[in-house]
Design a protein around this ligand. Sequence first.
Ligand SMILES: NC(=O)c1ccc[n+]([C@@H]2O[C@H](COP(=O)([O-])OP(=O)(O)OC[C@H]3O[C@@H](n4cnc5c(N)ncnc54)[C@H](O)[C@@H]3O)[C@@H](O)[C@H]2O)c1
Ligand SMILES: [Zn+2]
Ligand SMILES: [Zn+2]
Length: 361
Amino acid sequence: MPQEVRGVIAKAKGEPVSVETIVIPDPGPGEAVVEIKACGVCHTDLHYREGGINDEFPFLLGHEAAGVVEAVGPDVTDVGPGDYVILNWRAVCGSCRSCLKGKPQICFNTHNATQKMTLTDGTELSPALGIGAFCDKTLVAAGQCTKVNPEARPEAAGLLGCGVMAGIGAAINTGGVGRGDSVAVFGCGGVGDAAIEGSRIAGASTIIAVDIDDAKLELAKQFGATHTINSSNTDPVEKIRELTGGNGVDVAIEAIGLPQTYEQAFYARDLAGTVVLVGVPNPEMKVELPFIEIFGRGGALKSSWYGDCLPSRDFPMLIDLYLQGRLNLDGFVSETIGIEGVEEAFHKMERGEVLRSVVVM
Ligand SMILES: NC(=O)c1ccc[n+]([C@@H]2O[C@H](COP(=O)([O-])OP(=O)(O)OC[C@H]3O[C@@H](n4cnc5c(N)ncnc54)[C@H](O)[C@@H]3O)[C@@H](O)[C@H]2O)c1
Ligand SMILES: [Zn+2]
Ligand SMILES: [Zn+2]
């Protein structure tokens, strides 16, 4: 029997979101219905409602979530009713050219549920990142459900489903940060702070936070920044060189998505160092760099999608570190709110007041 539940819908470009009744079909082959416990408000949800991702309105927003599986389709064996899961937006296929090469974390053919959730008049919904989790229940592909230790509170655990994983993974998976490395992180929002946290747990000895907002820099220290630079009044490249014996950092992580900060990251790294772009640029942006510098400095210029994570490998491991007190997920939860609070949470995000507002169902 299809079920009617509450969900946060973006009906049209730029219009405030609203809570509507939505219809969840029973799970078909390869699908699962998940009862949502908590879901973080991410910048990408706002991008959807601004029409910045695509025009497939209405969107069912929310995608950084933890919950409990209620029911699964007939052929699903990996997860079952009662399992506590974090939802991921890259369910790997197992058979594309990347999966076959043993690199499922860069699967080129990730998938979502086949059936559609709808409004009560039958209008099909587009779930944000194939999830849609500002709702009581959602329908996803079973592969989007990653089982983790149920002792982790959902407000914190769900954040691994997007921004926090993207940041941690940018440092430890894409950037390969290791013991004794020096790291600079440009942009200290949820993603940048997660890159700082990831660098800390990987054993980096120097972690330099760069932002234009002093309050954000103060927060960055809580996650492990050893130095901070306000780049609105200090040249970050010069200062980073000064802090690293004149050399620059081993790994420079851009977590904003701007050409100017990408260039700063490029020049702030040591010879043979790595630049990681995790911030998302818009389609009009261009970067101009001296070609000889790209060659002469060696090293690597990399991009990081979802922190190059493999949810089945990374989520349970990071939740274990969290439960052992070695990963600070709680620090990202700025506030918990009800399902009606999403629109106001967007404004707090725009004003830079929160790392994450988390909807608790
Ligand atoms: N690659 C991925 O898989 C992935 C996943 C999630 C989010 N993202 C992207 O990561 C980026 C950051 O997301 P977030 O949630 O942390 O955003 P946010 O808005 O919370 O944080 C951005 C930070 O950058 C700072 N900033 C802005 N302009 C700056 C400048 N010129 N110099 C220095 N600092 C500046 C802001 O003060 C803020 O602290 C976004 O582009 C987001 O879309 C990428
Ligand atoms: Zn694949
Ligand atoms: Zn997100």
